[in-house]
Structures are given as structure tokens and as C-alpha cells.
Design a protein around this ligand. Structure first.
Ligand SMILES: Cc1cc2nc3c(=O)[nH]c(=O)nc-3n(C[C@H](O)[C@H](O)[C@H](O)COP(=O)(O)OP(=O)(O)OC[C@H]3O[C@@H](n4cnc5c(N)ncnc54)[C@H](O)[C@@H]3O)c2cc1C
Length: 449
């Protein structure tokens, strides 16, 4: 593993005692740099290792299907870890309290955790660290090029981040080491794997995960295999059509850390018979756009408010705030997908029915919410509420960047001036009609909810 992936974030004297990996973002056993780092630290010190996950009662706007997807996936990961001789400990409660309490009880000598720039995770860490009396290392296992390495400031747009990423890719896009069975399980003071009945009770508590996305690392790999065979070859031509799209549908797995983006990139590069346009087009989304979103949240404290907008966008939106709107949508209309726009309704119903909306439509969907809201602040709050509660991949840096792009011109440039949007880019129904078979998409989803 490249040493710059890990960063000491809590400097305490070295201790005797087991290494604990507090897993909260990269929820997988395979291809996980934080786990690799923790294993290495445990081996170097001759200490046992365990992985701890703390299930918080509430998480932003997450709903039962999100929790169901998470815990079903976690069960697979726990048994994969235990198969390797790495104990998996499931904690419940406020992570800022429950994790330090566990670390004290386990007499942890060193702690490893996932890097995550989102607000709630920063809060957990800020509250937990003063209660931890061991060194804590943070590992960036989400990005191919670690976010803190690639840039120390908020990047203006993809154009400014892209060359920095491409320069560092040869250094960071390395193969994952094989996970070897660990002998440490015997020495870690734990009561043993969570009994089957306890797992069953936990799974029952949250109900079924969304049918469209079977959870877990194996299901994520299966989805990747399907994409490599059927989607990637068509990606250059068909990624932007919501009717029979070529996109990967990997975002829920990437969001919940059940799949590593680096693994996806390695397999895409190894795939045969793929055009350069398809391969590069996909890697642009998977690496550049995805890591631009991480850079945005890392360097923009209020990434989910209009304070995150560039000055030109704030000014033009203010200038057009009193423009008459073609329609003022109510929350209920939006929730149910019952606005005057058949395409918007179909996209919303796809989201309601499957927990996923096609990428091109997400832009259109958010732009129409701007058009139908009293001001940009209201539009942003509505996009966040709907996206984070309904989309399985919601509550993600990609969502915060995508919404800030749609509503407030983040990572974009000024366009010709129009009503309501000013010089923020707008998207129209007629533009959609020119792009794909809108009627077919509407017919497919208009009845669904
Ligand atoms: C208003 C709006 C809201 C969005 N909300 C979310 C969200 O909540 N969660 C989320 O993961 N993505 C979000 N996106 C980004 C993007 O639309 C989705 O990542 C993508 O549609 C997921 O489908 P896929 O996995 O089939 O994508 P593919 O086209 O197969 O792309 C592969 C991967 O690349 C990444 N990616 C693709 N497009 C983008 C992008 N524009 N920005 C950053 N990363 C990208 C994703 O991780 C994706 O899984 C949002 C975009 C907009 C405009």
C-alpha cells in the first residue's frame, strides 16, 4: 500500500494492545486499504486485530431500506472477515461514545479508521478522538488517488483536478495484496462471532433491502461482472440514455463501501475488446468526477448549502430570484411524482420504485426543481431531502456535488442568461427529447411508484 494513504490524526504514545479497525465507510473485507494497513500494523507489533463497526440509530436522512442494505452487506463482510480469522465486532449506539468505550474495554493499542469528509463523520471523529487514548490513523480507501494527496484546496472544476489525478495514477493505481488467514483471532479478547439468531434479529429489524440491488460484496462483484460484459462495451454511446442505459448501477455498492472503486478501475483496464472511448469515458466518471466530489466536500465545510456556490452563480441566482416561475411545485407533488412534467414524474417514480435514478435524469430532475421553487435555497433543500431519503446511493459526496452543480453552478461555468437560472446552466424537456426516446421512458415508469 502507498504510505501516503494513511495519516496519523490522533497522536498518542504507542501502546501495547490489539489493533482495532473502526470501519465506517469502506464496509468490505476485499480490496480495503484500511484493513491492509491495520493487518500490517498488527503483524509488525505482534498484536491481534479486530474490525469494529458501530450501527448508529439514525444517519442523516437514511431510511429503513438503506439500513437494510447496510446490515445485509455487513453480515457478508463479517463472515468473510471471520473466515480469515479476523474478529468482527458489531456495536450499537452513538459511535462517538460507543467506539471509545469499546476501545477502552479492548485495551486497544492502535486504531485505524476510514477517511470521510462528510459532516456527520467529522462530528463523530471530533467527539470520539478526545476519548481515545491510543494513536489513530486514518486511511483513504475510497479514492484511487487519496483526496488529501491530490490537492490541498477546493478545485475549480474537473479540468483543474484531472491533470493532477492523471499524474498520480501510476503511483496509486496498484494491485491489492491477497488477504491471508490471520492467526490473531485466538488472542483477541472477544466473545466470538455474533450468533446467527442475533444477525437474524438485526436483519428483521430493518426489513428487506431494495429488490433492485441485492446487498453485499459478492453481489457487488456480480454487478461489476455484468457491467464489464454488457454495459462497458456500449458505455461511450449509451451511458446518457435512460432507456436501456449502459451505466454500471454500481453507485449503491460504491456508496456503502461494498465495492472498491480501485478494483473497478483495475478490472475495467484489464477488460478486453473495449474501445478507448468507452474505457476512458467510464474512468472519467469513476475516478475524476467521483474524486472531484470528494475534493468538493473535503474543502467546502457547507457543501450542502448555497454558501458552497461560486460567487458568479450566487449573484446571478439572486438577480433572477423574483423571476416568475412557470410552476410552483408543492412538496407533495414532488414526493409523489405528480408535477406537470411527465418526464420528471417518470424519473421520480423510477427513484421511488427502485431506489435509483439514471445519471442524466438526475441533472434534469434537479434543474426542474430549481425552476419550480421560490429560490435556490429551497430548491437545494428539496433536492437533498428527496435524493438522500429515496436514493440508495444518497448521503454521498457525489450527491452533494451533483446537487450543488445542478442548483448552484459548482464545477460549471456561466451559460447564456435565462429566466430563473440566470447564467447557471438550465436543461429543458426539448433537450431531453433530442437526446433519447422520452416517450418510451415515460411509458416505462409513469405507472410505477
Ligand atoms: C442531482 C444529482 C444527484 C446525484 N446524487 C448522487 C448520489 O446521491 N450518489 C451518487 O453516488 N451519485 C450521485 N450523483 C452522481 C451520478 O449521477 C451517479 O453517481 C450515477 O448516476 C450513478 O449511476 P451508475 O453507478 O450507473 O453510474 P456510472 O455511469 O456507471 O458511473 C460509475 C461510477 O462513477 C461515479 N460517477 C458517475 N457519475 C458521477 C458524477 N457526475 N459525479 C460523481 N461521481 C460520478 C459513481 O460512483 C458511479 O457509480 C448525482 C448527480 C446529480 C446530478
Amino acid at each position: 500500500m502507498h504510505p501516503a494513504r494513511a495519516r496519523l490524526i490522533h497522536n498518542r504514545p504507542q501502546q501495547q494492545g490489539p489493533v482495532v479497525y473502526w470501519m465506517h465507510r469502506e464496509l468490505r473485507a476485499a480490496d480495503n486499504w484500511a484493513l491492509t494497513f491495520a493487518l500490517h500494523q498488527a503483524a509488525e507489533r505482534g498484536q491481534a486485530l479486530c474490525v469494529a463497526f458501530c450501527l448508529a440509530k439514525t444517519y442523516s436522512l437514511a431510511t429503513l431500506p438503506h439500513f437494510a442494505f447496510l446490515v445485509h452487506g455487513l453480515r457478508h463482510t463479517a463472515s468473510a472477515l471471520e473466515g480469515l480469522g479476523i474478529p468482527f465486532v458489531l456495536l450499537r449506539g452513538d459511535p462517538a461514545l460507543a467506539v471509545p468505550e469499546f476501545l477502552r474495554a479492548a485495551k486497544a493499542g492502535l486504531v485505524v479508521t476510514d477517511a470521510d469528509p462528510t459532516r456527520l463523520k467529522r462530528q463523530w471523529l471530533a467527539q470520539a478522538l478526545p476519548r481515545i487514548d491510543a494513536p489513530v490513523w486514518e486511511v483513504d480507501g475510497r479514492n484511487v488517488v487519496p483526496a488529501r494527496v491530490v490537492s490541498d484546496k477546493r478545485e475549480y472544476m474537473a479540468r483543474t483536478l484531472r491533470p493532477k489525478i492523471h499524474r498520480l495514477l501510476p503511483e496509486y493505481l496498484d494491485a491489492f495484496p491477497a488477504l491471508e488467514p490471520q492467526p490473531g483471532a485466538q488472542t483477541f479478547p472477544w466473545p466470538g462471532p455474533l450468533p446467527r439468531a442475533d444477525w437474524e434479529a438485526l436483519l428483521a429489524e430493518f426489513g428487506a433491502p431494495p429488490a433492485a440491488f441485492p446487498p453485499g460484496e459478492a453481489a457487488a462483484q456480480a454487478q461489476l461482472d455484468t457491467f464489464l460484459r454488457t454495459g462497458l462495451p456500449r458505455y461511450a454511446d449509451d451511458r446518457n440514455t435512460p432507456v436501456d442505459p449502459a451505466s454500471s448501477l454500481l453507485s449503491p455498492y460504491l456508496h456503502f463501501g461494498q465495492l472498491s472503486a480501485q478494483r473497478v478501475a483495475l478490472e475495467v483496464l484489464a477488460a478486453r475488446g473495449i474501445s478507448t472511448e468507452a474505457r476512458d469515458g467510464f474512468l472519467e466518471q469513476l475516478i475524476v468526477r467521483r474524486e472531484l466530489a470528494e475534493n468538493f466536500c473535503l474543502h467546502t465545510p457547507n457543501y450542502d448549502t448555497p454558501e458552497a456556490f461560486p460567487a458568479w452563480a450566487t449573484a446571478t441566482l439572486a438577480k433572477h430570484e423574483r423571476d416568475p416561475r412557470p410552476h410552483l411545485a408543492s412538496e407533495a407533488e414532488l414526493d409523489a411524482g405528480e408535477t406537470p412534467d411527465a418526464l420528471w414524474n417518470a424519473a421520480q417514480r423510477q427513484l421511488l420504485a427502485t431506489g435509483h435514478m439514471h445519471g442524466w435524469l438526475r441533472m434534469y430532475w434537479a434543474k426542474q426543481i430549481v425552476l419550480w421553487s421560490a429560490d435556490a435555497e429551497t430548491a437545494m433543500a428539496r433536492c437533498l431531502r428527496l435524493n438522500d431519503s429515496l436514493s440508495l446511493d444518497g448521503r454521498d459526496v457525489n450527491g452533494y456535488a451533483g446537487i450543488a452543480w445542478s442548483v448552484g453552478g459548482v464545477h460549471d461555468r456561466p451559460w447564456p442568461e435565462r429566466a430563473v437560472f440566470g447564467t447557471v446552466r438550465s436543461m429543458t424537456f426539448s433537450g431531453a427529447v433530442r437526446k433519447f426516446d422520452v416517450q418510451a421512458f415515460v411509458a416505462r415508469w409513469s405507472g410505477a411508484a
